[in-house]
Design a protein around this ligand. Structure first.
Ligand code: AVJ
Length: 320
């Protein structure tokens, strides 16, 4: 069986479980098929989606300080990236590491095979001598298998507020996997979206151009395409909300009417009451003090918190 078949099985199973639950849910990791990857690229270019630009600013202005601790080891090392995406920010690091003649290998990890393929191609052009080994897996799967383990120190990147896609409890579980997956003295750089004016946060997930709406609805479109569904996408609306207490931005798809959807590939139907929601994504925001508690509970020492000029975003550097 190929890994594609495995993914397909998992998607079918997870859709089955999610739509049978009350309240209904669908896992956000399934946003990222070829169409979802393209939509996310468009999201990153939206004026409202400040996250990417802010983290880019941090990297552009502070790459030397970010890389100083790993370079100071004076040894060959591994650069591991969980959720590599298009690698735009990472390329700033790669460029500097090349200038410094650093001896390292790059291990991009992503759940999307199409993303890894594109990344590999763009790296082959921009960084022809770079040793790249891509890992198609979930964060937890990759941290358990540790395809990069070769006795060298690791700098593990977990950028782009990807940790925000997990609730507090799940985030603790991911951090456990990180602690267990990292060796003593390894470094971890985590990109975290900070709590800020709630309007700014909500706007980032509710753009007037409707790109985020299409991104969210792609889950239903993907069900139609891959599971032979008959879902009328116009009968659902994209509904994000932000709770400034928990820092949770939560996205839903709300059924505008009483309806039954049929998924022929699963030989299943699911009934929706009018205005019944499907919970699709959490994008959690943190304060710097909450992050410090995370580091301590996770068994890491904070080396430095890098932030942008407006303190919208942080990249925190921890050592195991
Ligand atoms: C890629 C998970 C960081 O949560 O901000 C963007 C995904 N969802 N707009 C985020 C996303 C809606 C994004 N992450």
């Amino acid at each position: 069986m190929t890994s594609k078949n495995l993914d397909f099985g998992t998607f079918a199973q997870d859709v089955m479980i999610g739509l049978s639950a009350n309240p209904k849910t669908l896992p956000s990791k399934y946003f990222y098929d070829a169409k979802g990857d393209k939509l996310f690229q468009k999201i990153m270019a939206l004026p409202e989606y400040y996250l990417t630009r802010k983290e880019f600013e941090i990297f552009e202005n502070q790459y030397e300080a970010i890389l100083e601790p790993i370079l100071n080891l004076g040894q060959s090392f591994n650069l591991v990236e969980l959720g590599a995406g298009d690698g735009l920010k990472t390329k700033i690091l790669l460029k500097y590491l090349n200038q410094q003649d650093a001896d390292f290998e790059y291990f991009p990890v992503d759940f999307s095979g199409s993303v890894l393929q594109e990344l590999k191609e763009s790296l082959a052009t921009g960084f022809p001598k770079l040793k790249v080994t891509s890992v198609e897996d979930t964060y937890r799967g990759a941290l358990k298998k540790r395809a990069w383990e070769n006795g060298k120190p690791n700098l593990i990147l977990f950028l782009g507020s990807n940790l925000g896609n997990f609730s507090r409890e799940e985030a603790y579980d991911i951090l456990d996997h990180l602690r267990i997956g990292a060796n003593h003295n390894d470094f971890v750089l985590i990109g975290i979206d900070l709590k800020k004016n709630p309007q700014i946060i909500l706007d980032a997930y509710h753009d007037p151009a409707g790109v985020t709406r299409d991104f969210n609805l792609n889950l239903l479109d993907r069900i139609n395409r891959e599971l032979n569904g008959d879902i009328d996408l116009d009968s659902f609306i994209h509904w994000p909300s932000y709770d400034p207490v928990s820092g949770e931005c939560r996205s839903h798809l709300v059924s505008l009417k009483d309806q039954t959807i049929n998924l022929k590939a699963l030989d299943q139907s699911f009934y929706f009451e009018a205005f019944e929601p499907i919970f699709t994504e959490i994008s959690k925001k943190y304060s710097l003090s909450e992050i410090e508690i995370f580091a301590e509970r996770g068994g890491f020492v904070t080396i430095e918190n890098f932030t942008d000029s407006e303190q919208y975003f942080a990249d925190v550097l921890w050592q195991r």
